[in-house]
Design a protein around this ligand. Structure first.
Ligand code: PEP
Ligand code: MG
Length: 843
């Protein structure tokens, strides 16, 4: 049974009408604003979400009430008005009200061809979108004449088994019904949910008097906006086409006018300077009063300008930043609002080169997007080949099953990295992010045939060494060839936005930086210090690796000390560089962490070479390597365990840090180094290391006569360290949660192997998300909370932070703020994203 339609839900858009985006949708509210700004908007009626819901449920709208403001024989358009324009909605329908008698009258007024075109377009939209007839029968004919019209009418009658509706009431009623039901359809729901719409998102509809755009005098339609959608720079853009409707001007093959003077052809500015001037004035008014860059849809009808609609200008991430900053600089919005208008994740697009969204993509496979940005180069399969390629000045993509420490030099030489194994915290991913190197990991359906030096894709396509591919670390795509790219854009607008962000945020942001180059990047992105310097990465470079290996092969402590003395000046120089670049900002140096085994060669050629260098028998070398092998190296002899059992390494590092501190302080920067002990699980470990470091500090002070201090801290990255944070804190100036290892150990999940089944686990909702990517607030988070509380109870002013890969993510920053942590530390390229997220969370 049909219920009576309650037309209290129908509102004539007028300056004083009660309207809101949550009741009538964004378009209706925007049109009301334009009316209030005195713009010539044709008569418009808005149907609320409630009205549309009733229509979808079968209630019959009171069409007479809706039509009443339009006078007799109206011609109308109907458009969707959802709460957010991003949530979509059914397409607009124009020229509602066209019928045979109207057509005949219009032939006299605007000419037969123009009238026929209008009528045909309406029949086409009605037939396909409302009567839901097969669209093939209603293609627009090339020559819009009476014969074509008769054919289309006949097609309609045959398909719909009725005459084409002639009454505007029936037409409008059917159109409203069809649009209302379309919004409730499953695919429309799924589409808008994917864009963030709530399950009960409503649709409003606007019914507007047509400003025809065809007819006598100057008639036509156009679109105008006042910024470049790619860069956000001020620029008048758009087109105008005489005798046209809707957005025809934008797709017209020819005949459309440029808006401003243009050497390529005639312009609206030259031909209709008054109209052009009005449009510029309206643009200015919308910008300042709607506080947004809008695109205006307009019509000329016998020379009369009408503004039909205004929508937020579609824009790239780069333009989003520029527009927000320009609006704030012009005083249209506040800096706080500018900061909240930019999605932090979108900044990543500005920080790296990207595949041009308009470019076509020849996708070979999709892996895990591990380090953002895109790079094109020739395939190389070994680190040595990557170095050779760089030496020739040729960009290369290093392709490995997985990377290990031995590949670091190759990664430095490559422009991008692709691995078949690993997840977001695998070696390749962590180093890639640190270097700002585009990286795709876990592309498990690619195979490397080493013998023939080819990469084989799942579809059988083969890529030889030297073939050009592109890794898109933003999406995880591996593409054949070289698509068009967009360059990084760290322009003034970007810097300004982040300077504002820093004014508002209330949690520190440091960077994880291992090398002077990382530190420089971190400073360029205004990191407030280094939160984690993984010193072991310094031992893989050049001759240092050989010295490390010699040290590993030394049997006695004093032999080890002697070898390490050769590393001392190199480490000292590393630290001096870091102190100088960070110019007085804190630098937190983590003592040596990985298992020694990582420094030894794994292939026969490498083992032979090492035997040569060390002047040892091949069997001695092999035996030593076997001795160092562990079943579970990540849970074995690494971190502080190595520091306690092979103390010479930490002693050398401490001396290098202290000597660099003295040297850098003499040069001007007052340095108080922070030294951090990895993989602690018991208080006694901290005591033992502290005693040794204190002893070295005393020695260095005595030797040099210089005075300096240092701050000792502990990485909380084993569950036990979190549980015992209270007594560990007693010996520490700071604690930093290493959430990579803490996640690995809390789940009992190998961070280097989990990539293999992670997608199956996430797909089946075992985990909501990859916990190495998104901090697990429930489990790992509870350990963090406990650790932070216990540490603060014992030492109220202890400095707390997160330095795992999660550190730059919004959810981890939010969590850290709630738990009162002092700072987060993340890869240098995530620093700007973290700064913006932190500011938004504080506002
Ligand atoms: C961690 O475990 O969270 C951490 C920062 O250290 P790494 O990634 O070097 O193990
Ligand atoms: Mg760790």
């Amino acid at each position: 049974m049909q219920k009576e339609f309650d037309y209290a839900d129908v509102t004539l858009i007028a300056p004083d009408a009660a309207m809101s985006p949550a009741v009538h949708g964004g378009r209706a509210k925007c049109l009301q604003r334009l009316v209030r700004l005195g713009m010539p908007v044709p008569t418009t009626v808005a149907l609320s979400f409630a009205a549309v819901r009733k229509i979808a449920a079968g209630e019959v709208p009171d069409i007479n009430a809706i039509l009443q403001p339009f006078g007799p024989e109206p011609l109308l358009s109907v458009r969707p008005s959802s709460q957010s324009p991003d949530w979509g909605g059914p397409g607009a329908i124009l020229n509602v009200g066209m019928c045979d008698s109207r057509y005949e009258a219009m032939c006299g007024q605007i000419g037969e061809q123009a009238a026929t075109s209008l009528y045909l377009r309406f029949i086409q939209s009605y037939a396909t979108h409302v009567a839901r007839l097969d669209d093939e029968a209603f293609d627009l004919p090339e020559i819009p004449d009476r014969a074509a019209l008769a054919r289309v009418m006949q097609a309609y009658e045959e398909e719909a088994e009725e005459r084409f509706p002639q009454d505007v009431r029936r037409q409008l009623s059917d159109i409203l019904g069809s649009m209302s039901r379309a919004w409730e359809g499953t695919s429309a729901r799924l589409l808008r949910r994917a864009k963030g719409a709530p399950p009960d998102a409503g649709l409003g509809l606007v019914v507007q008097a047509m400003a025809l755009g065809v007819g006598q005098g100057e008639c036509g339609s156009g679109v105008i906006q006042f910024v470049d959608p790619s860069t956000g720079q001020p620029q008048v853009r758009g087109r105008y086409l005489s005798q046209s409707q809707g957005r025809d001007a934008l797709s017209a093959p020819s005949g459309a006018l440029y808006l401003t003077r243009d050497p390529r052809g005639p312009s609206l500015e030259e031909q209709l300077p008054e109209t052009f001037g009005d449009l510029i004035a309206y643009g200015d008014r919308t910008r300042t009063r709607l506080r947004e860059e809008m695109q205006l849809e307009f019509t000329l009808d016998g020379g009369q300008l009408a503004i039909l609609d205004a929508v937020r200008v579609a824009r790239t991430s780069r333009a989003t930043v520029r527009i927000a900053v320009d609006l704030a600089l012009d005083g249209v919005i506040s800096p706080e609002e500018a900061v909240t208008r930019v999605d932090p994740a979108a900044l990543s697009e500005l920080l790296h080169r990207q595949v041009d969204p308009a470019a076509s993509r020849d996708r070979v496979t999709r892996g895990i997007a591990a380090s953002p940005g895109a790079a094109t180069g020739r395939i190389v399969l070994t680190a040595n080949d990557a170095q050779a390629s760089a030496a020739r000045g040729e960009d290369c993509i290093l392709v490995r099953r997985e990377t290990s420490s031995e590949d670091i030099r190759g990664m430095h030489a490559a422009v991008g990295v692709l691995t078949m194994r690993g997840g977001v915290t695998s070696h390749a991913a962590v180093i890639g992010r640190g270097l700002g190197l585009p990286c795709v990991v876990g592309a498990s359906d690619l195979r490397i045939d080493r013998k023939h030096k080819v990469l084989i894709a799942a579809d059988g396509r083969q890529f030889r060494e030297g073939d050009v591919v592109t890794v898109d670390g933003t999406t995880g795509d591996v593409l054949a060839g070289e698509p068009a790219m967009l360059e990084a854009a760290l322009d003034e607008a970007f810097q300004q936005l982040l300077t504002w962000a820093d004014d508002f945020r209330d949690i520190g942001v440091r960077a994880n930086a291992d090398t002077p180059a990382d530190a420089q990047t971190a400073r360029n992105f205004a990191a407030e210090g280094i939160g984690l310097c993984r010193t072991e990465h310094m031992f893989f470079e050049g001759e240092r690796l050989s010295v490390m290996r010699e040290m590993i092969f030394a049997d006695k402590g004093e032999d080890r000390t002697a070898v390490l003395e050769r590393l001392l000046p190199m480490q000292r120089a590393d630290f001096m560089d870091l102190f100088e670049i960070m110019a007085g900002h804190p630098v937190c140096i983590r003592l040596f962490d990985p298992p020694l085994h990582e420094f030894l060669p794994s292939d026969n050629a490498g083992i032979r070479e090492l035997a040569d260098v060390l002047d040892l028998q091949l069997s001695d070398v092999t035996r030593r390597i076997e001795e160092l092998e562990e079943y579970n190296p990540m849970l074995g002899m690494r971190g502080v365990r190595l520091g306690i059992t092979v103390p010479e390494i930490y002693e050398m590092q401490a001396r290098a840090i202290f000597e660099a501190t003295i040297a850098a302080s003499r040069k001007g920067a007052a340095v108080v180094p922070e030294i951090m002990i990895p993989l602690v699980s018991a208080m006694r470990e901290v005591e033992l290391v502290k005693n040794r470091l204190d002893a070295i500090a005393v020695k260095v002070r005595n030797e040099t006569g210089a005075s300096f201090t240092y701050r000792l801290g502990v990485m909380v990255e084993t569950p036990r360290a979190a549980l015992r944070a209270g007594d560990i804190a007693l010996h520490s100036a700071f604690l930093s949660f290493g959430t990579n290892d803490l996640t690995q150990m809390t789940y009992g999940l190998s961070r280097d192997d989990a990539g293999r089944f992670m997608s199956a686990y996430v797909q089946q909702r075992v985990y909501d998300e990859d916990p190495f990517h998104t901090l697990d607030l429930e489990g790992v988070g509870e350990l963090l909370t406990m650790g932070a509380e216990r540490a603060r109870d014992a030492v109220p002013d202890i400095v707390l932070s997160i330095c795992g890969e999660h550190g730059g993510a919004r959810s981890a920053i939010e969590f850290s703020r709630q738990r009162g942590l002092n700072y987060v530390s993340c890869s240098p390229f995530r620093v700007p994203i973290a700064r913006l997220s932190a500011a938004q969370l504080a506002l």
